[in-house]
Design a protein around this ligand. Structure first.
Ligand code: BTN
Length: 265
């Protein structure tokens, strides 16, 4: 596969030096692209995917100049402080099932971070990782499809590890692992644990389907039991995660409604 010449110049194996020698973990990290600075690891992973990169390709960066969040927002992260990673997947599933992968990535990431830090993370539907009511990680899954169906999915994870100050727009709503534990953390073991958990959950998903992710997501949800609103149409108590990954909301009149995409307030 070919990267733009400019990207090759920026590849920097001192970003995660030990991890490179421990990959792949199952299928994760079959090819591994560490960067000091890129526009967005999502963009790089998407280009690699279009060039035929194998499933499990991992792109990481110390800094993003145009990090992207969900719903067209920016993802701002202090250089050198956090985990910014994109993983390429090529699941043999119908396009309609791709929202399940967002929940899978959240479930796997939550499990890995909790095992590494002992912190009690919860998942806000669909896939924000929360610590004490504040967001510590965001996940962006972007799918590409064609006439033959789903071509690939790029799952991007932004985890606030050692950042301790945040832009004023998110200051009240964001936190980091270092703020929660009271000391800085090494990012490399976290990334390794993350890739190992992703590998395990993804393999199980391909073998047995969404059931195990659904159960784990329900157990660790910050949303179920809470009052939520989605657009002008839906407001009520979140009561379940449906078999396709939709959030089931019971309105004040007791009608069940499904939120299939987007976010809830
Ligand atoms: C969100 O809005 O909650 C999703 C944030 C996803 C951020 C990650 S950082 C690594 C990858 N590259 C990007 O540009 N975005 C994702």
């Amino acid at each position: 596969m070919t990267l733009r010449p400019f990207d090759h110049a920026l590849l920097d194996h001192s970003v995660y030096p030990r991890l490179a020698t421990r990959l792949p973990i199952g299928i994760m990290g079959r090819t591994f692209y560490p960067f000091r600075s890129v526009d967005s690891t999502q963009n790089l992973a998407r280009e690699l995917a279009a060039d035929g990169a194998p499933e499990g390709t991992v792109v990481v960066a110390d800094h993003q100049t145009q990090g992207r969040g969900r719903a067209g927002r920016s993802w701002l992260a202090e250089p050198g402080a956090n985990l910014l990673v994109s993983v390429l997947l090529r699941p043999p599933i119908p396009v309609a099932r791709t929202p399940q992968l967002s929940l899978l990535v959240a479930t796997a990431s939550r499990e890995a971070i909790e095992a590494q830090t002992g912190l009690p993370l919860r998942i806000r539907w669909p896939n924000d990782l929360m610590l004490g009511g504040r967001k510590v990680a965001g996940i962006l899954t972007e799918a590409a499809s064609g006439g033959q169906g789903l071509l690939h999915v790029v799952a991007g994870i932004g985890l606030n590890v050692n950042q301790t100050a945040f832009h004023e727009e998110i200051r009240e709503r964001a936190t980091s692992l270092a703020l929660a534990t009271g000391s800085p953390l090494e990012r490399e073991p976290l990334l390794e644990a993350l890739l190992a958990a992703l590998n395990r959950w993804y393999a199980a998903y391909l073998e047995t389907g969404f059931g195990p992710v659904r159960s784990a997501w329900r157990r660790n949800s910050a949303t179920l039991g809470e009052w939520v609103a989605s657009g002008p149409e839906i407001a009520g108590t979140a009561v379940d995660l449906d078999a396709d990954g939709a959030l089931v909301v019971s309105t004040a009149s007791g009608v069940l409604k499904r939120v299939v995409a987007g976010e809830v307030q």
